[in-house]
Design a protein around this ligand. Structure first.
Ligand code: BGC
Length: 852
């Protein structure tokens, strides 16, 4: 462990008490003792009368239940297509069944007839809680119409790093924005009498080893970064259910982590509803029950018969079991499930629940959540004479949703960027050129290309050393089962494949690898690709080859076994000639048109993390080729989040469009042609390079195989950039409009404990537009914060020339910091600097205020 590195992070609370590091301010020190109001902020409010009545009714029901009836609420039974978790009805007591369905951006689990919405990143980029509520209402209505009364949404894990494969499912790197959006979405969902399930509690910030990784994180970072979204979900959103995460937190599995579930979620925040595991995320019976959790999903390994036996033997008290069941029923009663029965999902499998109004809302979110990152005057398009649409992602490869449990079937056809632009362009000529073979795997190299095949040499070691276990000849690299020679090597193995690749033509080749272990590809003695398991399903290399024979060498090291299970063996090598010709054709199309619109994408999913923030395959090269051919090049980023833009200086405009759902093309066309303006602001920082941002070492991401250290403490997202001085490509909160705004006249005042800022905003341009006014606060030094923080924001829409006064209120609770477990949440007295502006890096209005 690198103690020096850690001890430098004094402000961060990076030291983890459990791991033997001192807290930032030692408990009981003079500084800590001098801080007033310990524990006086962010406490749970007294339960409302409705909540009290729900708890009372739940307890009455539990009092009438047999032991078996109670146990039934502590686990799921297998669910059929359309939903993914199920607790049957209790007919005797009139309790409805629970049917749980994914996911954050639409009704998932293979459901049909539903809207495929823009992803959570797009929703977050609206910076508009009212829009989040509108979304929650419409999405929740579709869940209800499909007979699902528990929505497994929203996902609100803080975006610790942009590499997270589930980045598209979550909102943001900022805990305040996260909480506002979470509460707003939940209110919308639960207005349908559908329980919203906020997930994944907590510190689920990577997919690599997500089922086993132990997150080593300081109590302070938990309190200030990773908890607040969940706290807002509970206290502001009155969420009905919480899903625990797969990972461990400071040594203990999430669902059996008493510190998080009972002590924090329930006792400190007052959560009275249901706590369920992630799917397969339960690891014990007694410890889970005693941690404050209720339900195992989707099966009953630990909280079925084993729980019954534990209650009968007294290792779990019946009172504890009663509490668990009461919590499940309280959520059901409080959200109104008893009074609003839903159809049996089996009867509505084929029912279309997407509506024209929902599609219109999907378009609105697509527009309001798209972020204009650069615009040298080319947008909106002013009556172009012709448009060249370029990119596989503009058509067949459009990424309108992410993968895994967050994937959603569109109702009907997806409107691709090309289709949307063509429909809107009317008589303006639109050409299309794919420009790239795409971002999916290219065809597997056929055996014929390897002539006599490849020689495989197997090793018992995981570094290709030691005596060979054996050799064989394999016809091609399309290996999806563990080779017989190494089948018994449970601690891992490695292999080297050598042979000759025949290039049919002199051309630019794209090679693709899909791997289950660490793999290298060398051509003619030069390593051209290192592919990592747990990362992109397809990893690519571009190699220019002359026609004829080329030596090829591939090395493969099996991944480490997880939980005693052997890792998946997979080694699939694809190759296709001609990427260069596609670039040339795209450049020719661009040259012939007035304007070129290049749509580029990444492919991300639950179950993988990005190995790089670079656009996959040959898309950077494609953009460069197009930009050289046409000065009016617009790049549309159809991506899960931040990507690197080495070509930024050579293009006129860049629009971050995220995974924009089935109405993507229509929303995009409306923005390009200026019918609408992109209204989004970045909910995450866009780094300028792969090595920017926190977690620069392997132990910090993705971890050492067992633990991952959140050494950056509080310096996540823009907090990191401000503290470290690294200059990102685009800062958090940034986004352009089609008009321009001027901010002025800052007035600061104290309110009951908190502060108020007022400022004027003027639309100084020639068209109506919206701006997000953001307020950041820098606390006094004694608060030991790495950077100023977002504490309030508001979105305004103004006509040309119009001025309005915005009022931004910061409650005292939102000024509190969590210094250590002795002080708890506290407002540090002293001078606070307030900055108001339009991004974390552009705060022209500044003032100071002292608070006691
Ligand atoms: C995911 C959850 C999801 C669940 C049910 C898990 O793999 O992590 O987010 O709700 O599956 O599909």
């Amino acid at each position: 462990m690198d103690v020096t590195r850690r001890s430098m992070l004094k402000w961060s609370g990076a030291g983890v008490a459990a791991a033997g590091f001192a807290a930032v301010i030692p408990a009981g020190s003079a500084e800590a003792a001098a801080v007033p109001n310990a524990g006086s902020v962010t406490a749970a409010a007294a339960p409302s009368a409705a909540t009290q009545a729900a708890v009372k009714q739940a307890k009455q029901l539990v009092a009438e239940m047999t032991l078996d009836e109670k146990i039934a609420y502590c686990h799921g039974i297998p669910a059929t297509k359309g939903f993914t978790g199920h607790i049957p009805a209790n007919e005797r007591l009139g309790i409805p069944a629970l049917r749980l369905a994914d996911g954050p951006s639409g009704v998932g689990n293979g459901s049909t007839g539903v809207t495929q919405w823009p992803d959570s990143k797009a929703l977050a980029a609206t910076w508009n809680p009212a829009t989040a509520t509108d979304y929650g209402k419409a999405y929740g209505a579709e869940q209800a119409a499909k007979g699902h009364n528990v929505a497994l949404a929203p996902c609100i894990n803080l975006l610790r790093l942009p590499h997270w494969g589930r980045s598209f499912e979550t909102y943001t790197e900022d805990p305040f924005l996260n909480g506002q959006l979470a509460a707003a979405t939940i209110r919308g969902i639960q207005a349908n009498h559908v329980i919203s399930t906020v997930k994944h509690f907590v510190a689920n910030n990577q997919e690599i080893l997500r089922n086993s990784i132990d997150v080593v994180v300081s109590p302070r970072a938990l309190q200030e970064l990773y908890y607040p979204g969940f706290r807002a979900a509970v206290q502001q959103g009155q969420v009905g259910a919480v899903m625990t995460s797969y990972n461990k937190i400071n040594g203990t599995w999430a669902q059996e982590n008493r510190v998080n579930v009972q002590d924090t979620l329930r006792d400190a925040w007052g959560f009275d509803g249901m706590v369920m595991s992630d799917w397969g995320g339960t690891h014990s019976t007694v410890q889970t029950a005693k941690a404050g959790s209720d339900t195992e999903m989707p099966g009953s390994t630990y909280l079925g018969d084993a729980l019954k036996a534990a209650v009968q033997s007294g290792s779990v008290s019946e009172a504890q079991l009663d509490t668990m069941v009461t919590q499940v029923l309280t959520a059901m009663i409080r959200v109104g499930l008893f009074d609003h029965p839903l159809p049996d999902p089996a009867t509505v499998v084929d029912t279309v629940v997407s509506t024209p109004a929902h599609l219109a809302l999907a378009r609105r979110i697509g527009v309001e959540g798209s972020v204009l990152l650069k615009n040298d005057g080319v947008l909106p398009l002013a009556r172009p004479r012709s448009i060249a649409v370029i990119g596989n992602a503009a058509d067949a490869g459009a990424q309108t949703h992410g993968g895994g449990s967050g994937s959603v079937n569109p109702n009907g056809a997806v409107v691709t960027p090309l289709a949307g632009i063509r429909a809107r362009a009317g008589s303006t000529p639109v050409t299309y050129s794919p420009g790239t073979l795409g971002i999916a795997a290219v065809p597997v190299v056929p055996a014929a290309a390897f002539g006599a095949g490849l020689t495989a040499t197997y090793y018992a070691s995981t570094d290709l050393t030691g005596a060979a276990l054996g050799t064989e000849t394999v016809p091609a690299l399309n290996i999806t089962a563990t080779p017989a020679a190494v089948a018994g090597q449970t601690d891992g193995w490695s292999a080297r494949y050598t042979g000759t690749f025949h290039a049919d033509e002199t051309a630019g080749y794209r090679f693709s690898l899909g791997v289950g272990g660490l793999t290298t590809l060398s051509i003619d003695g030069k390593e051209v690709l290192t592919a990592l398991p747990g990362r992109e399903a397809v990893q690519n290399a571009l190699v220019d080859l002359t026609a004829g024979e080329h030596t090829v060498e591939v090395t493969y090291v099996s991944a480490a076994p997880v939980g005693g299970r052997a890792p998946r063996t997979s080694l699939v090598l694809g190759a296709q000639a001609g990427y260069d010709k596609l670039h040339q054709a795209a450049a020719a199309a661009a040259r012939a048109a007035d304007v070129a619109v290049v749509v580029v994408a990444d492919v991300t999913s639950e179950g993988m993390d990005r190995s790089t923030l670079a656009l996959p395959a040959d898309q950077n090269e494609l953009i460069t080729a197009v930009a050289q051919a046409n000065p009016n090049t617009v790049v549309v980023l159809n991506t899960s989040g931040a990507v690197l833009m080495p070509w930024l200086g050579s293009v006129k405009a860049v629009l971050a469009n995220w995974y924009a759902g089935q109405e993507q093309g229509n929303a995009l066309a409306a923005m390009l042609f200026g019918d609408e303006e992109p209204g989004g602001r970045l909910p995450e920082t866009f780094p300028a390079a792969n090595d920017q941002g926190p977690a620069k070492t392997t132990v910090e991401f993705p971890g050492d195989g067992v633990q991952v250290y959140y050494d950056e403490g509080l310096a996540v997202g823009y907090r990191w950039y401000e503290h470290s001085g690294e200059k990102p490509l685009f800062p958090f909160g940034f986004g352009l409009s089609y008009t321009s705004f001027r901010l002025g006249g800052l007035r600061l005042s104290r309110t009951a404990g908190g502060l108020r800022a007022q400022a004027t905003v003027t639309n100084t341009g020639r068209r109506a537009g919206s701006e997000v006014v953001q307020l950041y606060v820098a606390a006094p030094d004694a608060a030991r914060e790495p950077a100023q923080q977002l504490k309030a924001f508001t979105k305004v829409t103004l006509k040309p020339g119009q001025t309005t006064t915005v009022t931004l209120e910061v409650a005292r609770d939102d000024l509190a910091v969590w210094l250590d477990s002795t002080t708890g949440w506290t407002v540090v007295p002293g001078s606070y600097t307030v900055g108001v502006g339009t991004s974390s890096a552009d705060l022209p209005l500044r003032g100071r205020l002292s608070l006691s």
